[in-house]
Design a protein around this ligand. Structure first.
Ligand code: PGA
Length: 250
């Protein structure tokens, strides 16, 4: 039985004051559950705040990106070791905004994944196709390439402590959600693809859906057999919406 995960991706949003109100509301509203897990991935400067507010609560926290190397002359970058200093458990790698706006290749994403995994963080590996790719019928090819880059760098055994998030680019921040059937189709494809390497691993792998998940569509999405929770952008900034999505995962 896979434990569902609902992870918030705050992106470049928040302030000390806003975060305090949001985190307080999450901590007082969250109910602990054997069945599901809840986490927030916050901007780097607020990791310390997240740690202070969330330590001892059932809510986990993490970051939105990581550098492949431990340390060095890489101005502006943050290593996995630094994230661990702030109690992070999760880190998002390969979000489509990083891939498209900052030109992150499948190979770089794989290196980030490897560094996160080797340090003991749980990488949330984002994969997904653009609208054009979907319309051209190459969704599965694109996702295979994104997965294969990681598999060929780290091998399938390194996926044991990782999470995959399927995020169709056309559904991110657009209000257009993939239908539960569309999402399920791709989730099953991802699981089958992993099963070709290792059936046990494929069966254990948590595959989240992301892209305009809201309280109103979460129950239906999370009810699909291969959808193991969600990666939530916009709705993770509003406490009652995020809590409702967390409850939908139970
Ligand atoms: P959204 O973002 O929920 O605002 O569509 C999801 C994401 O980018 O992870």
């Amino acid at each position: 039985m896979r434990r569902k995960l609902v992870a918030g991706n705050w992106k470049m949003h928040g302030s000390l004051e806003q975060n305090k109100a949001l985190l307080d509301a999450l901590v007082s509203g969250v109910t602990q559950s054997e069945m599901s897990e809840c986490a927030v991935c916050v901007p780097f400067p607020y990791l310390c705040q997240a740690q202070m507010e969330l330590v001892g609560s059932p809510i986990k926290w993490g970051a939105q990106d990581v550098h492949p190397l431990h340390q060095g002359a890489y101005t502006g970058e943050v290593s996995a070791k630094m994230l661990l200093d702030f109690g992070c458990q999760y880190v998002i790698v390969g979000h489509s905004e990083r891939r498209t706006l900052y030109g992150e290749s499948n190979e770089l994403v794989a290196e980030k994944f490897a560094a996160a995994h080797a340090s003991g963080l749980i990488p949330i590996l984002c994969v997904g196709e653009t609208l054009e790719q979907r319309e051209n019928g190459v969704t599965e090819q694109i996702i295979s390439k994104q997965l294969d880059a990681v598999l060929s760098l780290v091998g399938e055994h390194s996926l044991d402590n990782a999470v995959i998030a399927y995020e169709p680019v056309w559904a991110i921040g657009t209000g257009k959600t993939a239908s539960p059937e569309q999402a399920q189709h791709v989730h099953l494809f991802i699981r089958q693809r992993l099963a070709e390497r290792d059936a046990q691993l494929a069966n254990k792998m948590r595959i989240l859906y992301g892209g305009s998940v809201k309280a109103a569509n979460a129950v239906e999405l999370f009810g699909m057999p291969d959808i193991d929770g969600g990666l939530i952008g916009g709705a993770s900034l509003i406490a009652e919406d995020f809590l409702a999505i967390c409850r939908a995962a139970k």
